[in-house]
Design a binder for this molecule. Structure first.
Ligand code: SF4
Length: 399
């Protein structure tokens, strides 16, 4: 079973890498190659860590520990079709779990993914993911470390988070041998931050120059900070954007939209929207990850500051940040993609919609699922068309 799965994701990933190269998207090819390398190690039986999204990879790189991030592996498994729908859906008794959790649970239950050596989870940004990981640790008797984040910007909360982060790091030092100096991991991480800033400068100057699908495809690079291969992927992306700037210009009459929320299973939806409705996405909030440098002497403190400065840390922060960008870019409309049964971003949508409607920017919500093919809100065409009509009437521009 395991060998068949390995063959399947190898096949899929080799295909994706070749396709990315053929389309001159070397940054995507590099990113996918690294994902394949990590999976090779985990599926091949090496000790690995299962973690939730904001647990920083810099904690594990010094020990050369491969890390599987819970949502990423589920999304990846679904994209590779590792489990048939009837296999993963029927195997879970919980109806309140999101499809990402159900999918990962099935992969472990069916033993197509070996059990992790350690689980490290945070309730930020998703308490549901945290609970799910805790249940996994209890079911399979896997050591569990946690970072319980308080959504408060207080000194007390910060100190508490630092203490927990230090405890996690100490556990790793006590149980695994150091293979790489922390200073080198810090340097690589900071290098990535500098390159990301350069990318953002280009994106700010040349709105829409980066492909929205690419941003959504590689936003989880945030989970690969501190790794050399990720520096290369970001460098390639920056160089690619640089090379496009000379001939790039915004097409007159094309509406500027902002993509918020998560990623659909079928990414071509984004291209379809852009092609059919004379619009272009100029930004998406998953790619707005916090760019804070870290230092050797204040390693854990800096990692905590990065989490607390991230865009989703409080609802107010997210609304403020997205509104600031929308105004700066003069965005015409917002498309919020909401994952079904997700406890993280969809509950924030009403606040986003209200804030934008106060400044006369329409915001629509598309509902779907990043894992389940059949589950898709068929009204998306109608919703987009309604929004585009509003945009055209409002600005008195011919569509
Ligand atoms: S509830 Fe949402 S954020 Fe949490 S694990 Fe599921 S999809 Fe991810």
């Amino acid at each position: 079973m395991m060998e068949a799965v390995m063959n399947q994701y190898h096949y899929y990933l080799d295909l994706s890498v070749r396709l990315a190269k053929a389309r001159n998207k070397n940054y995507l090819a590099e990113f996918l190659t690294e994902q394949r390398n990590v999976l090779d190690r985990c599926f091949g039986g090496e000790d690995y860590v299962l973690a939730t999204y904001y647990i920083p990879n810099e904690l594990f790189v010094p020990f050369d520990l491969p890390v599987i991030y819970s949502d990423r592996i589920a999304g990846f498994g679904a994209a590779c079709n590792l489990l048939k729908e009837e296999e993963w859906k029927k195997s879970d008794q919980y109806t309140s779990r999101c499809s990402y959790q159900i999918y990962l649970n099935s992969m472990l239950k069916k033993k197509i993914l070996p059990l992790p050596k350690l689980i490290v989870a945070s309730n930020y940004p998703c308490n549901s993911a945290y609970q799910f990981c805790k249940e996994l640790s209890e079911t399979y008797q896997i050591p569990f470390l946690d970072l319980k984040v308080k959504r408060q910007e207080s000194t007390e909360a910060y100190q508490d988070h630092v203490k927990q982060m230090e405890q996690i790091f100490q556990y790793l030092k006590d149980h695994f041998s150091v293979k790489k100096s922390i200073q080198s991991v810090v340097n690589i991480s900071n290098q990535m931050i500098l390159i990301k800033k350069e990318i953002d400068d280009i994106r700010n100057q040349y709105l829409g120059i980066i492909d929205t699908q690419d941003m959504l495809n590689i936003f989880t690079l945030y989970n690969d900070f501190g790794k050399e291969s990720s520096v290369e992927a970001l460098q390639m992306l920056r160089d690619d954007l640089h090379s496009k700037t000379e001939n790039y210009s915004w097409k007159p009459g094309v509406k500027k939209l902002m993509w918020l929320g998560t990623t659909p299973l079928c990414m071509s939806l984004i291209d379809k929207i852009e092609e059919q409705y004379a619009c272009k996405f100029v930004c998406e909030d998953l790619f707005l990850f916090c760019a804070k440098e870290i230092h050797f002497d204040t390693f854990c403190q800096d990692l905590v500051k990065r989490i607390m400065d991230s865009i989703f840390f409080t609802e107010e922060k997210r609304v403020f940040k997205t509104m600031e960008i929308a105004k700066r870019y003069q965005v015409d409309g917002i498309v919020h993609y909401s994952q079904r049964i997700c406890k993280f971003l969809p509950p924030m949508f009403p606040k986003i919609q209200k804030a934008f409607s106060d400044i006369r920017i329409p915001a629509i919500e598309l509902c779907g699922d990043g894992i389940e093919r059949a589950s898709w809100d068929k009204n998306y065409k109608e919703q987009i068309e309604t929004m585009m009509r509003i945009l055209c009437e409002d600005k008195k521009i011919e569509c």
